[in-house]
Design a protein around this ligand. Structure first.
Ligand code: CO
Length: 133
């Protein structure tokens, strides 16, 4: 089994502050990490739940994939991230099955992680992120 944990569930939101307040007011949740990822045009806030995170994420510019997602589908679950010991090995396993990937090789993610995205088209309709800490 190449997946060791659910790393995070990413939820696309139009207003990050309002989303953080919603989780705080409803569940008493606090943000443990916040980061702007300029390359991807996203800003994210992580709320720790056990050993996993809820990742509230919003677009920082019009061409951001999150901005486009929100325009097309509205707020909601954007991707599921699985933690792996070796991102390159997990990505190779996906490619060995002939499944479509977004990142051909692992790349830097937030929190100093190494990540790769698998295309939802050949992954049961789920955008999957492989995360190596
Ligand atoms: Co993610």
């Amino acid at each position: 089994m190449l997946l060791t944990q659910i790393d995070h569930v990413a939820i696309a939101v139009p207003d990050l502050e309002a989303a953080i307040a919603w989780y705080a007011d409803t569940f008493g949740a606090t943000v443990t990490h916040r980061e702007v990822v300029e390359r991807d045009g996203v800003e994210e806030a992580l709320i720790k739940v056990g050993e996993s995170y809820i990742q509230l994420t919003t677009g920082t510019r019009p061409d951001s994939p999150i901005t486009k997602f929100l325009e097309k589908r509205g707020p909601g679950i954007h991707h599921v991230a699985y933690r792996v010991d070796d991102c390159a090995a997990a990505l190779d396993a996906v490619k060995a099955q002939g499944w479509q990937v977004i990142d051909d090789v692992p790349r830097p993610g937030s929190r100093g992680t190494t990540v790769a995205f698998v295309h939802p088209k050949t992954a049961l309709g789920t955008l999957i992120e492989l995360v190596q800490e």
